[in-house]
Design a protein around this ligand. Structure first.
Ligand SMILES: [Zn+2]
Length: 288
């Protein structure tokens, strides 16, 4: 534990140390360049050697600057500890938000909740270490790092599920085709620990049998009882609600979910209507 606390404190120390080194070396390079530049213009004859020195000075300063900017950013030393899980969706469609949630459900079903919980503890640990390190800083630096801490705190998106797909590509060389694979990022789904915990609790209630949306799907199908069918048929007077076909013998009469179950529609009277088979198949074709 204590070594972890020292860790963030040391990173902050390293950051300031590097900033000083960067400042000193860069200003020395700039001075060096200016010095030779002045000499170059003071000499009457064209001096190639000095010109070379000036160019070298410029290049070194420029390179240092590029390297230094990266090293002098706080995110180079301390970042929010995100949980990142990659999920392979090769051969599947690009997931919608609903499908992404289903994939997360399946991840919990297959891997359990332990790693997620452990990571949540790590995040809390990280927060503790950060705040501990803050108390050891001078007032000015403390405020500076506190601001940075608040800036990178991202609990509502702490858990990332990255869905990728392996695609086969071909390379042609000397009339020979060779296949190689590339990973394509398809979708990123981020959520908080609370969201996952709630999801896990709901999954536990159905004994991790299947994803929540699948369960809901089955449940809504079950709720479509004979009584409900009769109720809807009577309400709509055995008439197709799109073309007006009257079907008193129930032949070809179908009960349709206005918002499909797959999109979260429920088996309740306000979401049900009578359709003839022709209109129903037209509707499902349009949706697909
Ligand atoms: Zn119809």
């Amino acid at each position: 534990m204590s070594t972890m606390i020292d860790d963030i404190g040391n990173k902050i120390k390293k950051y300031y140390m590097y900033r000083w080194i960067f400042f000193i070396i860069t200003s020395m390079c700039v001075l060096f360049t200016i010095f030779f530049f002045v000499i170059f213009f003071k000499t009457s004859e064209f001096n190639l050697k000095i010109l070379g020195m000036v160019a070298l000075g410029f290049i070194v300063t420029f390179t240092l600057f590029i390297l230094g900017i990266r090293k002098c950013s706080k995110s180079y030393y301390i970042e929010y500890p995100y949980y990142i899980e990659k999920i392979n969706i090769s051969g599947k469609r690009t997931p919608s938000v609903e499908t992404a949630k289903e994939l997360v459900d399946n991840y919990i079903i297959n891997n359990g909740f332990y790693t997620i919980e452990t990571h949540y503890n790590n995040i809390n640990n990280w927060k503790y270490r950060f705040n501990e390190a803050l108390t050891n800083l001078s007032k000015h630096r403390r405020n500076e790092w506190k601001k940075y801490y608040e800036q990178i705190l991202d609990d509502s998106n702490a858990f990332h599920f990255v869905m990728y797909r392996n695609q086969t590509r071909y390379r042609q060389h000397n009339y020979k085709k060779t296949a190689y694979k590339v990973s394509m990022l398809e979708k990123e789904f981020a959520c908080s620990y609370r969201w996952l915990k709630n999801r896990n609790e709901r999954l536990a209630k159905i004994d991790y049998a299947c994803s929540l949306s699948k369960y809901e799907h089955k449940n809504q199908r079950k709720l479509m009882t004979r009584n409900l069918r009769v109720q809807i048929m009577k309400r709509d007077n055995y008439t197709c609600q799109i073309c007006g076909k009257y079907m008193p013998d129930e032949l070809g009469l179908q009960i349709d979910h206005i918002i499909p179950i797959s999109k979260g529609g429920k088996s309740i009277p306000s979401n049900l209507q009578v359709l003839c088979s022709k209109c129903n198949s037209n509707k499902s074709n349009k949706l697909a």
